[in-house]
Design a protein around this ligand. Sequence first.
Ligand code: AMP
Length: 629
Amino acid sequence: MTASRALHARSLSDPAGFWAEQAARIDWETPFERVLDDSRPPFARWFVGGRTNICHNAIDRHLSARADQRALVYVSTETDTERTYTYRELHDEVTRMAATLQGLGVQRGDRVLIYMPMIPEAMFAMLACTRIGAVHSVVFGGFASVSLAARIDDAKPRVIVSADAGSRAGKVVPYKPLLDEAIRLAGHHPEKVLLVDRKLAEMPLVSGRDQDYAAWRDKVAGQAVPCVWMESSEPSYVLYTSGTTGKPKGVQRDTGGYAVALATSMENIFCGKPGDTMFTASDIGWVVGHSYIVYGPLLAGMTTVMYEGTPIRPDGAILWKIVEQYGVNIMFSAPTAIRVLKKQDPALLKRHDLSSLRLLFLAGEPLDEPTARWIQGGIGKPVVDNYWQTESGWPIIAIQRGVEALPPKLGSPGVPAYGYDLRIVDEVTGEECPPNTKGVVAIDYPLPPGCMSTVWGDDDRFIRTYWSAVPNRQCYSTFDWGIRDEDGYVFILGRTDDVINVAGHRLGTREIEESLSSHPGVAEVAVVGVQDALKGQVAMGFCIARDAGRTATEADRMAFEGELMKTVEQQLGAVARPARVFFVNALPKTRSGKLLRRAIQAVAEGRDPGDLTTIEDPTALEQVKESLA
Ligand code: AMP
């Protein structure tokens, strides 16, 4: 038996013994009484009765041995800034932010919404929340006011932390007006808004509500803020993700299970050692940023690199320049970023000394073979695909490099990670599929530590959404199709639901449909994900206009399409803007009135739409085809 298979088998046959050993990787103020409480499936509570604090484990615990080691390297090619913080300095900054939040009335269990660009203060705010037992909810800076308002209403934050502006490819993106508009739209109103002024854009303060962080930072200097010890299953954060309804789901993460799972993954999967430097080129608004820019590397006593910028500015060698300059050992990115680099001069891959780099991890979307081969050949380092989700918080399927370097199979992220009782199941019977047979990628109860504990504020939705999708079996559905080959390698074959993946970002087609439908000129609309060579998928809308006059000529259609794209951009953010909106007179539906999104998607990708026996009006699909022509 291979080492990873043996570890996997042990983690499932003796979960209590296995995870109790892993729990020794972090400090506990009060030891746990039980490793797992599985008395109320599908809920699972890990390290019951144990009290710990993630910020203590990420920072304070390292101060005796690593106070002068770099904890954070910050690089922004948007503002030409480079700054480093030692563990001692990070402790000071996080303490100041924590004291400020307390000064603004934040208490244990309160939510703090963080809507920020990639600046160190965003990370300080996250760590400050976990320090004082507040639940952070980071909202990706690319989201606009309607998306933000929905999250404010669900999380009901006491305080929002934000900034004047972000910057993307050299263009300032003001945040404050979007935030003000979101607060205006939301039913819930935060008591205070704490703002970091980067001096990139105007930042008018709303008197009584808005607070300038610079003043607070000075005011609270030297103030000690002890860590608040949290029971292991108390929430550390909520991170929203798109699903099949228009309402985003708040993925709730616990405290102890998450800290243990991340610390374990740093060694077993990422092969990271204390003192190493990890560069995760993602955004704190996504789960990869939470786990592998902020918490994972710090829990392991490593240096983390936070980067604000694109992979091709000032040129396509910038990521490698950072690797060389800061001696990066482990890098983590998404396939889309590599596909962007593929369009650049390949000589750029050779410009910098990459001798410090050991491994490049890629996740978030399928890694296609040509991209994997290109980057592996180009930098001469092993490329490690890994598969997971916002819900899991850490890799579900990977070659676990810290356990053993199993030979990779191109097109597969590898084998199930320890802790996950992964099954490929038949979506109709719930039975396990034989090797090489397509089924739903599911995880039998319980989910391991670190995975979502529930949907924020809605236990019932957690059960309904994730644990009821597969019949006759108590399992969590990932909503991905997959197959497992005879060697145990899993291949991911796309989503089973209406979620699409654009450049590694997960978007719900329903959210985009709702936004398009809010335009008074739209009668009906369908949004589908369509294959794209660069971004993996892009969103495309097929729309019936209320007034035929709006789509009479090519010029009319172009103008209307532009207006609709702008609507989505303003409401949800540029990240959700469809690549194209086409106009039709009818949409293909079943006789019972359900949109045939899959058939539309197939036609848009030039594929056979398959079984159309339930279609109400076959000419509607013809119209979709013609609109694309
Ligand atoms: P998110 O929650 O935004 O991280 O999106 C998770 C989804 O992205 C998964 O359910 C998959 O559909 C897809 N995904 C993530 N990583 C991979 C991977 N390595 N290979 C294929 N699909 C992936």
